[in-house]
Design a protein around this ligand. Sequence first.
Ligand SMILES: [Zn+2]
Length: 277
Amino acid sequence: MKTFSTVPGKERSRDVACNLCLSNHYKTLLRSADFLFVKCSSCGLIYQNPQPFFADLKERYTTDYFKYEFNNEENFFGLMKLGLKDIGMDQLKPENGRGCFLDIGCATGKLMEDMRGRGWQVQGVDLCRKSAEYGWKKRKVRIFAGTLEQAAFQSGSFNIIHSSHLIEHVPDPRAFIREIKRILLPGGQAIITTPNISGFQARLFRKKWRSAIGDHLTLFSVSTLKRLLREEGFKVLKIRTWGGLAAGTAPLIIKKPADYLAKKFGFGDVMLFLVEK
Ligand SMILES: [Zn+2]
């Protein structure tokens, strides 16, 4: 089954250059009624082209998106914790009892609440205003409703920045990564999780892959995301991928070894990067 995606209404769109290398040369890769993914002929980045204007795009993240996040709150939180556990950070406490944690694309703030419980000062950012309001009402966690750039945090504000399943939605991933670097403290760490188009499922399912959807503007591979992070001056500490076959696509006797192998050899369906400033 595909990931939730909005059905775009009347959006204006435009041609965009490759976000990684600025080339305008590409080949059509995946086409459906909802999207057209191209592959940069120069660096191999896979992105949607054309792309909607941001003023139109942001309208996708309203009521229906809130419902999706709200209904899947526990599920997504569980997955995030598993990812963090994999890199030994699921029970992380701030050094000397003080530390600032930012969750970008925090939805209803469940992870923020968890981190606050271990002594972190927490801040969130989410484009969906309803999610931000719900987070404050239910958990008293502060969530800025808008983009990371609009939040305009001071340089060097955070020890840890977490962003799960967000970078594939943003129109300018390079600017996004650059902003994360700016607002991290020196030595601070960022955790970025996103679907892996170099994974086994993406290769198998092509345009039917669950993460090939209209809301995902860029589909990174391990190598294209690594390149972006390194070019923006991050040191890559850990890369993990997981998920060999989605639940329901194969019997357990096949799914279990597929999951094991995907993780071991780095062709899992989702990838996580831990990087340091
Ligand atoms: Zn390129």
